[in-house]
Structures are given as C-alpha cells and as structure tokens.
Design a protein around this ligand. Structure first.
Ligand code: SF4
Length: 397
C-alpha cells in the first residue's frame, strides 16, 4: 500500500506507522521485532454480489466447512499472542457471517484492531452504528465506478445504490470509511469522477487497487491497463491529491498492489526539479521497502488455510485448524514462504536488475506467475521504462 498523501505531504494517518517506520523496513526479512503481520481473514466465501474480478470467485451460496465461531476465536487468540496489529475481515461478504460482530468485538477486546472490507450493500444505519460501537477501525467499501459502470463489474443491478447507502450510513454515524476502486481498462475513465464523488459525499479516504490476476480476476489479465494508462492514472491521482491539499481538504489517497507507483512519484518529482519532494518520497519508499506478502502481510481463507496474501491462495502453508497461525507464519520449510521472506536473490528478468529493487521488492509475484508461469519472474504490471529502472541496455534473461 502506498500513501500518495504521505509521500507528497508527509501527512500522518492511521496505518502509516505500519508502512513508514524503521521497523517497517526491518520487517522485510520477517515479522518485525515484537510484531506479527497484518492479517486478512477472508471469513466467508459467500457473497451477495458476483464481481468480475473477484479473487475469491465468490458466489451467492453457502460453502461448507468454513471456520466456526469457536475456531475463529482460537485463531484470534493466537493472533493476539503473536502481536498482530490489524485483522482485516474480508470475504466474500463478511457481513453475511452471522457472527461477524461477535468476532470483530472479540478481536478488538484482544487488542487486534478489526477493520472491514465489504461491498457495502448490507450496511443499514443500524449496522453502521453497530460497526462504530464495537470499534471497527476502518470500513473499506468497494466501488469500481459510478452507477452502471459499478453494477456491470459487480454483476448485480442496483449494487451501486446500495453501496452508496452503506457509505452514507457510515458517514452519518461518524464511522471511518473509504472507497476501494480497482483500476482496469474498462473503468480508468472514471478516475476523475471518483475524486469528485469522494469530495461530494464527504468521504475522506480512497484506495486505488491495481488488478491482480487471481480467481475470476485471472480472466481479466488481458483487460488490465497498459503501461501508458497506468502512468496516466498516476498523473491524475497525484494531481487530484495535490488539489485536495491546496484547498485544505483532508483526504487520504492510497494506491495498492503496485509498488512502481512510489518509484513513479519519485521520478516525477525529480523530473519536475522538486528536489525536496523527491527526497521525501525516496525516504518513505525506502522505509517501506516494497511488497511484503508473506512477510508483514498474510491471509487466512474461510477454511483456515494460510497464504501469503489474498491473491495467492494457490500457495498454502498450513491450516490454523492443525497448527497456530504464528507457527505456520514462521516456518520457512515451504520454499515459497522462505523465498518471499528473502526474495531478492530469486527474482528474475527486469526486477532482478532494477535500481529500485530496495523500494519495490519485485512487486507482485502472483501477477508474474499468472502471466509467465514462473513465480519469480518480473511483474508484468511494471510500467516503468528500462531507462527509468537503470537497465537501458536490456535485462539479462
Ligand atoms: S522492475 Fe520490478 S522491482 Fe523494479 S520497479 Fe519494476 S516491478 Fe519493481
């Protein structure tokens, strides 16, 4: 996750302490001293929508053998002992689980901050109030465009209006809420509208996700943005973030799942002669160190299996029903887990020779694997030129 706001203006928001500290840098070689990873728990595979890019391939049906309430509490107990700072409840649609509130409250009481990733369609005013009352730190609501553009992606007519009501209900009760927008070839034209929308609706945070080719999203790998479109998207995001700042509007703008974004911001500041800002951006992307799947970020699926992140569910390290998450996480007998914790020597192609490897860490491995079949190949979504990454003569194969 890259905070555009932080890189440009050094503003501090919740979560930045996990991304931009000396400890965050140290965490590149394993869970940081005294701190476990941020954990995403895809708590159910059931969903009332059917999004085209869903990495879980979720559907509106009941799946058997998901973790029970008691199993989930034991899992949370271990996360607390392992000093996991944040547990992100995701899905499917996590609010479909009848025990969502019980488990989120349990995590909160144990000192593991619950956050929620949801399609927003089930958030009535009462639900929003309950979310707020139990201390959910943040609610991220997925929208992939406005009106029909969103509904086409979400697979259900009326999804936009319901998500919109969910957002407004969160805002009305004072619950911290933001948007999750996955950029692809079909909705890139909506970017400017999204900035207008968050200003109009008094939403203070938006995360722009890059597509990762996983689950139903695998079929969209040919519908991802081009390198040129990625650069154009970043230019819009940077310009609009600066505009918010200039007008004194406190909005937190982030991008997710493509660490080229931080490097691009740095190079842009250099090319504009803004040395001070370039130095600031370089400082933060160096502190962060790039992709940390399998290091400071992990995932557990609805059935208890542990993976490096939510998009990499085809690589499994164990099951929390058999062994504690903390033990599975520190066990490097699996070559993918060992490799992720120290990946630089394994990387191939452009990534292996890139001058920004310390700031990007080879980006997203699952995208490389989805396109090339090799987990350690270069990330195909890198939109920086050979010249920019310092291999103008071409990368060795
Ligand atoms: S070449 Fe690889 S390591 Fe370098 S910026 Fe691109 S994705 Fe990141």
């Amino acid at each position: 996750m890259i905070s555009v706001t932080k890189l440009l203006f050094a503003r501090e928001y919740y979560g930045d302490s996990l991304r931009y500290t000396k400890n965050a840098h140290a965490m590149r070689n394993g869970a940081g001293e005294g701190m476990g990873p941020v954990v995403v728990w895809n708590s159910t595979k059931t969903c009332n929508l059917k999004c085209r890019h869903c990495y879980m391939s979720s559907d509106n049906k009941k799946y058997q053998n998901e973790l029970t309430t008691q199993e989930a509490k034991s899992f949370i107990d271990d996360l607390a002992d392992f000093h996991v700072p944040v547990l992100l409840f995701s899905g499917g649609e996590p609010l479909i689980r009848p025990d969502f509130f019980e488990l989120a409250e349990y995590a909160q009481a144990k000192g593991v901050r619950p956050t929620l990733s949801t399609n927003g369609t089930l958030i009535t005013r009462e639900v929003a109030q309950r979310i707020k009352d139990i201390g959910v730190g943040y609610v991220g609501i997925s929208l992939d465009g406005l009106q029909d553009v969103n509904d086409q992606f979400r697979g259900v007519e009326g999804a936009f209006q319901k998500a919109m009501a969910g957002i407004q209900n969160c805002v009305a009760v004072g619950q911290r809420v933001g948007l999750r927008f996955t950029i692809n070839h079909h909705n890139i034209q909506e970017l400017e509208n999204i900035f207008d929308f968050i200003e109009r609706e008094n939403i203070n945070r938006v995360c722009f996700y890059h597509l990762v080719y996983s689950g139903r999203g695998t079929a969209m790998k040919n519908q991802d943005v081009t390198a040129e479109e990625s650069r154009r998207a970043m230019d819009i995001i940077i310009r609009r973030t600066k505009d918010f700042e200039d007008r004194g509007l406190e909005k937190e703008i982030l991008t997710v799942d493509n660490h080229c974004d931080g490097v691009y911001m740095y190079l842009k500041a250099v090319s504009e002669g803004n040395d001070q800002q370039a130095a600031q951006i370089k400082k933060y992307i160096s502190m962060n160190g790039g992709n940390r799947s399998g290091i400071a970020f992990g995932e557990v699926d609805p059935f208890g299996y542990v993976h490096p992140d939510q998009f990499t569910q085809h690589h499994t390290f164990g099951n929390v029903r058999d062994r504690k998450f903390s033990e599975i996480w520190q066990d490097t007998s699996n070559p993918i887990m060992a490799g992720l914790k120290d990946r630089k020597p394994l990387l191939k192609g452009r990534c292996s020779q890139c001058r920004f490897l310390e700031n990007c860490n080879g980006n997203f491995r699952t995208r490389a694997e989805a396109v090339t079949g090799d987990f350690w190949e270069s990330d195909p979504s890198c939109y920086l030129t050979d010249e920019e990454i310092g291999i103008a003569g071409g990368a060795d194969k």
